[in-house]
Design a protein around this ligand. Structure first.
Ligand code: JF8
Length: 273
């Protein structure tokens, strides 16, 4: 996979040299190119922003530098043999970035990211490139960042770990929290390792019992407990057929019960912990 990033803060992308993404690059699974948007300015001050039409606060990134930089990025990539580029535009008004979108992006041969600053990029830039290639406006969550670079790091890490040969063990994605279909979309429960006692705290006995069936049941119960506590929306959204008899018992203990449509919701009479 090829990834291009066009930014006014190339140094912000340094973490792409480290850890999993850095190893994917070193292993030749990922070719990452970071381009400084200011290389595509022609005035003395390397200006990339101007005041918004219609007035209002802040500044807007200008068409000129983005057009030059993206034309050059696409030309360089095609020249190097890359094909089927997708433009990924981080913006708080984009579609939510999910594990399903990470899986989709991991199947693409070439991603071009345009992390912006200020109030974002003049809309004519995405309108123009949308006539030439798929453009995905993406948001990594409902909070406000100062720019799109952190979103590029997030998306790139989520995608890179899905590339064949990067994680090593294919089983390790199958039961991730949020892996589509896995664990019926519950959060993962707590995990433990050596030593067996730390500051007077032990390990749940069941994990030392060697009873694989009981261990699997305990893990499932803990996953249900955590999901009810932290992401009750996932329980409400779940297909009730994903919950077996033991799951229903646990959900009942946690104060959840099936409604008229079979989907689970909180029991209004339950006493919250
Ligand atoms: C930005 C450019 C974002 N989830 C998110 N919150 N905020 C952003 C974001 C992205 C780009 C710019 N400010 C200026 C904020 C994403 N993705």
């Amino acid at each position: 996979m090829r990834i291009d990033v066009v930014t006014i803060f190339p140094e912000y992308l340094e973490p792409l040299n480290v850890s999993l993404v850095g190893k994917a690059r070193a292993a030749g699974r990922l070719d990452v190119r970071v381009r400084d948007l200011r290389q595509s300015t022609y005035d003395r001050h390397n200006t990339v922003d101007d005041t918004p039409y219609g007035g209002g606060p802040g500044m807007v990134m200008m068409t000129g530098p983005w057009g030059e930089a993206l034309d050059q990025t696409l030309a360089d990539g095609y020249e190097a043999g890359a094909h089927h580029p997708v433009l990924v535009v981080p913006t708080p008004s984009g579609r939510p970035f999910t594990q399903a979108l990470a899986v989709d992006l991991a199947e693409r041969p070439w991603l071009v990211f345009t992390p912006a600053r200020y109030e974002g990029i003049d809309s004519r830039v995405t309108a123009e490139y949308a006539t030439r290639l798929p453009v995905l406006e993406v948001s990594i969550g409902d909070y406000v960042l100062a720019g799109g670079e952190a979103a590029v790091l997030v998306i790139t890490e989520a995608v890179a770990r899905l590339l064949p040969g990067v994680l090593g063990n294919a089983q390790s994605h199958a039961d991730d929290s949020f892996a589509p279909g896995a664990m019926a979309d519950l959060l993962e429960g707590p995990v433990y390792t050596k030593p067996p006692t730390w500051r007077g705290r032990g390990i749940p006995d069941v994990l030392l019992s060697g009873h694989h069936g009981r261990i699997a049941r305990w893990r499932r119960d803990e996953a249900l407990r955590r999901t009810v506590a932290n992401r009750p929306d996932l329980i409400e959204r779940a297909d009730p057929a994903a919950f077996g008899k033991k799951d229903r018992e646990m959900l009942s203990i946690l104060g959840w019960q099936p409604g008229p449509d079979g989907r689970f919701g909180p029991n209004p009479d339950a006493v919250e912990e």
